[in-house]
Design a protein around this ligand. Structure first.
Ligand code: KG4
Ligand code: ZN
Length: 340
């Protein structure tokens, strides 16, 4: 049991550094963001076509102190106003995570505040609580660069995995297909933009229906790679916009179909979406369509879909309120974590 469990108002300083964003946010009572600062490294990694872990860690080290100061200044809080320090401890790039974890440990020790290690996955899901009245139970489709899953959020701390990807994550497939089409990193927003100029004329095969709930993106990705290679060999112009539209439709269909199936199987009609791919407007409009069947649908605000620290602060509040123990100062970073 932590000491803040019964406290009325809780202000969390949260840090996120799992990939290529150095972020800090000040979050009150899990749903109100007082400030959210994100120093993105996208431009740095773009020339390599993806995130280079060592470069990411070095840039986190350079950015973290000023990002934390900026978040405190924008929220107009001092260390005395902060009740707890939260930090993403996994999943992510180990070297990148270590920068945030060690900085958070230093703050917790120096300021005498409790430390809470937060799972990045739970953070993405908790982005749905910000400025929202969403409460469990509900089903959450998590679709990011590292994960694709449907999770039953039974209560704030009890999560059950209902389906996950057997190979690539949805965001990863967006990034890989974008690369094949010569689009810059990160591919998701680029594919979405290009798809608006095209039509989904290519019939991309669906995953085999085995009755088992799972996602798979390797087939979709390979189909696009082979299609582009064949057209190149024939010396034909690559219809990039049509390929982007076809891929996006296939990728989104899979996410929507599986969520719909699991909603029917479980009888849970309250749905939420999380992770970078939840910024996709086709995905959102397809989820909106589910409202016609009596589903309630929740999305994070666009700025909280991709990596940020506000979602970590939100998740930390509900962890604190569950009565969980604070994390020891020996908290370690982990490249992979389970859904819990
Ligand atoms: O959640 P996130 O920021 O990082 C991870 O935890 O992985 O997700 C990043 C992923 C990238 O693969 C990116 O291409 C994808 O989310 N993404 C999108 C969109 N915006 C970001 N995918 C499709 N459509 C988008 N609008
Ligand atoms: Zn993420």
């Amino acid at each position: 049991m932590n000491d803040l469990f019964e406290k009325q108002n809780i202000t969390v300083l949260a840090i996120e550094s799992s990939c290529d964003e150095t972020a800090c946010a000040i979050v009150k009572d899990g749903r109100q963001v007082l400030s959210s600062v994100i120093a993105t490294q996208i431009e740095i990694h773009r020339r390599f076509g993806g995130v280079v872990p060592e470069i990411a860690s070095r840039n986190h080290t350079l950015a973290i102190e000023s990002v934390v100061k900026e978040a405190m200044s924008r929220a107009a809080v001092s260390k005395d106003d902060v009740d707890a320090i939260a930090v993403t401890y996994g999943a992510g790039l180990l070297g990148a995570l270590l920068v945030g974890v060690n900085f958070a440990k230093g703050l917790a020790y120096a300021w005498g505040k409790p430390l809470f290690g937060i799972s990045h996955i739970k953070g993405h899901i908790a982005a749905n609580y910000i400025d929202s009245a969403l409460e469990p139970p509900y089903l959450c489709l998590l679709a990011s660069g590292g994960h694709t899953a449907v999770v039953k959020v039974e209560d704030y701390e009890r999560l059950t995995l209902l389906a996950e990807s057997r190979d690539d994550a949805a965001g990863e497939a967006f990034d890989k297909v974008a690369r094949v089409l010569g689009l810059p990193y990160p591919g998701g927003p680029e594919i979405e933009k290009l798809a608006r100029e095209g039509k989904p004329v290519f019939d991309i095969p669906k995953v085999k229906n085995t009755g088992e709930p799972y996602f798979s993106y390797s087939g979709v990705k390979t189909f696009v790679i082979n299609l582009v290679h064949k057209l190149e060999q024939k010396g034909e112009v690559i219809p990039k916009a049509d390929i982007a539209a076809s891929f996006q439709q296939a990728a989104v269909d899979q996410l929507v179909d599986m969520t719909q199936l699991l909603s029917k199987r479980t009888g849970v009609k309250k749905l939420a979406v999380a992770g970078g791919v939840s910024a996709n407007s086709l995905l959102r409009s397809r989820f909106d369509d589910m409202k016609k069947c009596g589903c309630e649908v929740f999305y994070p605000q666009l700025r909280y879909c991709t990596d940020n620290a506000a979602m970590i602060g939100a998740a930390a509040y509900f962890l604190i309120k569950s009565g969980a123990d604070e994390s020891p100062l020996s908290l370690d970073a982990k490249a992979t974590v389970g859904i819990q």
